[in-house]
Design a protein. Sequence first.
Length: 240
Amino acid sequence: MSLIPMQPPKSALVIAAHPDDVDFGLAGTVALWRSLGVPVAYCVITDGDAGGFDRSINRSAIPKIRRTEQLAAARAVGVETVEFLGYHDGSLTVSMDLRRDLSAMIRRYQPERVMCQSPVRNFTRIGTSHPDHLAAGEASLQAVYPDARNPFAHPELLESGLEPHTVLEVAMSAYPEPTHYVDVTEQIDAKLAAILSHESQLPDPAQTKEAVKGWLSLAAGAAGLGDGLFAELFYLVQTG
């Protein structure tokens, strides 16, 4: 089946397990949408406190470092709103607390489309299927349906003034069998700038840059685009 160009939404909430997940997965798409005036907010579930490569850095400093890097990465693609939930990196589960917190984000920002990670393991790119990614994807889907739209789910949200909201679409990155693509050729520099903002995670930035371009080139090929072009791939689900 041929991949379909994914049209911009009226608004989007991007949910990711760790700082830098957004940027590796869909920063090019976000940069395109922001250039078109689409409101985009980020929700980063953990602070990535189990990440990094430099053992000389005190581990207690990592959460602040990674939040600062994510804010810089967001600015590189025109995003001003970033929410951090502060969950622990490496032990994320689909808990009722996480479902509630994601439902609160959905009700607060009322996106037409939620962007999240795939809850289905991708064996062709195992690095995209970190257990935290899988849990974040599943919790996001459960927050979209049924929690965020149900006034009787997590009653404390309604009590705090967060009215139910129905998300119309969910687009998942790193899904094994994508359905849609976004041509991000003109946004490649912005995407790379966002990724390279995560200095604490990149022992070899030049190698990372070339690897990302290689992945996006392969994605463009899968989408039927020409040589020298770049794309990001998604699985789009109607949820409204």
